[in-house]
Write a protein that binds this ligand. Structure first.
Ligand code: X6L
Ligand code: MG
Ligand code: MG
Length: 161
């Protein structure tokens, strides 16, 4: 059995519903169990800033899938939720990124794990730190080490009324 962490982000339409739907589709897969879900965070857009704020979460899963089939499932869910790519780094209904897969480092044409920029992104590190202060096999440093380095600016817990 493998343990993996997946980052989910949405900044188009009903963002909370998109996140909930994607988590449900992950858990509905016969070879995937969602073990834990972080709080929802309201996060300032990074990369391309002229767009709506994001909702971001991280989920912990266990799975018998290997990394590439897990990526295929993530991309199927993006398609099912009608992700359309208009602008690079631009608005999307849903984005699923594999952050960590056991303590493995993977570098193929289609998949790099740990996610190569995750230790620089508070919208990934803050929800991940809620679930696990993991040590990244690439940097040999923990999630909280990286958070101390970059800070948690632009990331707020989302609490609906
Ligand atoms: C210079 C150039 C510095 C580009 C940073 C950063 C590009 C992040 C892409 C960058 C650069 C990204 C999300 C987001 C995106 C998200 C929030 C990306 C891919 N996805 N902002 N921006 N949440 N808050 O899920 O991460 S686009
Ligand atoms: Mg992403
Ligand atoms: Mg992605």
């Amino acid at each position: 059995m493998n343990t993996a962490y997946i980052s989910l982000g949405s900044n188009m339409g009903d963002k909370e519903q998109a996140l909930r739907h994607a988590v449900e589709l992950l858990n509905d897969h016969a070879a995937i169990n969602v073990i834990a879900v972080s709080s929802i965070y309201d996060t300032d857009p990074v990369g391309y800033e002229e767009q709506d704020v994001f909702f971001n979460i991280v989920v912990k899963i266990t799975t018998t899938l290997k990394p590439q089939p897990l990526l295929d499932v993530c991309q199927q869910i993006e398609q099912q939720l009608k992700r359309v790519r208009i602008v690079r780094w631009g608005p999307r209904t849903i984005d699923l990124d594999i952050l960590l897969f056991n303590d493995e480092t993977i570098d193929t044409a289609t998949l790099i794990v740990p996610h190569p920029r995750m230790h620089e992104r508070a919208f990934v590190l803050v929800p991940l730190a809620e679930l696990d202060d993991a040590t990244l096999p690439t940097t040999k440093r923990t999630v909280r080490d990286h958070l101390r380095e970059i800070g948690d600016g632009g990331v707020r817990v989302y609490r609906p009324f």
